[in-house]
Design a binder for this molecule. Structure first.
Ligand code: SF4
Length: 430
């Protein structure tokens, strides 16, 4: 299967996959829950604390995923719901108040506390919204208490960030002068700084990032605010921003040289940045990114790739790998397909790409084995068995933990896909 690959910088010519039928599957799924988002969110918002109200399983998940050292002061913990709580023998609201009061007494550095719901707290219908409002009243102005759900019931792992940011938009944005442009989605600080410099070089002022690095520095949002999504999994957050009157700027996602340029251009057009100024601000970065991609094209061009649905980053990644590196897309699975937010990605995918939404894991594994792709992007639970069968895999969760957006990360992003193939080639040559 050798699809022609698009010359870097070329614009899409047709409607790509926009009108293409999607294979919808509603069977067994293999995904992590939304608690996983705490791993990157607690690093991003430096004075926030995430208190999971859940079971020992939740505590194990979050502790092993975040890899805490026991002598560090972590900014997340689990309030365990035990048998007495489940049996209704203890007043769980009182217990939660006690835990929160003790935590806030001991940790004066905390300015924002998230009560994070889980499967157990949802099953026993614990009202964490009411608890957050009660505790906020007690602890404001020092600490604002918010809540969201990280439960694994019918969700996927990136929805934890969406739920967290939607809670921030609904309850915790300041009502001072609204930002002109807000970039939405947790980005690593280095990527945020690079984008800030690019917007500033274009002459776009008063740019905010959601979430901000500090609880007290969240951007204000109002009807004059325009927002750019930096991540494709923020549907609830986008809806909450729309309710405040902010307007979405449609764009592809800032992955790779072309993706980053198109994302920045979408903002530049809205803010009437002259094309010469846009070119002056972005040309050097675009060229740097293209050069970094060249090094990986030899490994990746012509290779086939299969995406299992996991992070919701699958479509933008598939576009990047096809358009900028010449990979062949066997199947692109995503947990949810938000056509509006992904419209420009769909336009850039080659017509005829197999798109699937949701999962029926056994059937999908059969399709994958039949296709024998060179590389498979999937969750941790599928990666080891597939490796044991001789396939090369890439953990999709790594693509959320690693800085991959923007010009200066384009080469690293391509490298994440090239590495397993290079390793396989080396092993094959032994
Ligand atoms: S929230 Fe649910 S899926 Fe996630 S660790 Fe807890 S019990 Fe498991």
């Amino acid at each position: 299967m050798n699809l022609p690959f698009r010359v870097p910088g070329a614009e899409p010519t047709g409607k790509g996959c926009v009108d293409q039928p999607v294979l919808k599957e509603r069977g067994q799924r293999e995904v992590f829950c939304g608690l996983t988002g705490i791993v990157w969110l607690h690093r991003k918002i430096q004075n926030a604390f995430f208190l999971v109200v859940g079971s020992r399983t939740c505590a194990h998940l979050i502790q092993s995923a975040a890899g805490v050292m026991i002598f560090a002061e972590p900014r997340f913990a689990t309030a365990i719901i035990d048998e007495r709580d489940l049996a209704g023998l203890a007043d769980i609201d009182d217990e939660l108040d006690r835990v929160v009061n003790r935590l806030l007494d001991r940790r004066p550095d905390i300015e924002m506390l998230f009560l994070v719901g889980s499967c157990p707290s949802e099953v026993i219908k614990l009202d964490l919204k009411r608890a957050a409002q009660r505790l906020s009243k007690l602890h404001l102005p020092r600490v604002r208490v918010l809540n969201y759900s990280g439960s694994g019931i019918e969700t996927t792992f990136t929805q934890g960030e969406d739920a967290c940011l939607a809670a921030l938009v609904a309850d915790a944005l300041p009502d001072t002068k609204p930002a002109s442009l807000v970039v939405v989605g947790a980005l690593s600080d280095v990527v945020e700084d690079q984008f800030n410099r690019l917007f500033s070089a274009m002459g776009i002022e008063n740019v905010g990032f959601l979430p901000a690095r500090k609880a007290g520095a969240m951007p204000a949002v109002g009807p004059d605010t325009r927002y750019l999504l930096a991540q494709p999994f923020l549907n609830d957050t986008a809806r909450a921003l729309d309710e405040l009157g902010a307007k979405h700027i449609p764009a592809p996602f800032p992955l790779g040289a072309n993706g980053t340029t198109a994302w920045l251009k979408a903002a530049a057009d809205v803010f009437n940045v002259p094309s010469e100024r846009f070119a002056t601000a972005t040309d050097a970065g675009h060229k740097r990114a293209e050069k970094a991609l060249t090094a990986h094209r030899e490994t990746l061009a012509g290779k086939s790739i299969f995406f299992f649905p996991d992070s919701q980053l699958e479509l933008p990644l598939a576009r990047f790998l096809y358009e900028e590196l010449g990979m062949n897309l066997v199947e692109v699975g995503t947990p949810y397909l938000h056509r509006q937010h992904l419209h420009q990605e769909l336009e850039r995918l080659p017509a005829g790409t197999v798109l699937s939404e949701g999962q029926d894991v056994d059937r999908q594994l059969d399709r994958c084995r039949d296709a024998k792709p060179d590389l498979i992007v999937c969750g941790l639970g599928l990666a080891n068995p597939l490796e044991a069968e001789g396939f090369s895999t890439k953990w999709s969760i790594e693509l959320v933990f690693t800085p991959i957006q923007g010009y200066d990360q384009a080469g690293d992003l391509a490298g994440l896909f090239a590495r397993p193939l290079n390793r396989q080639a080396r092993l094959g040559g032994l």
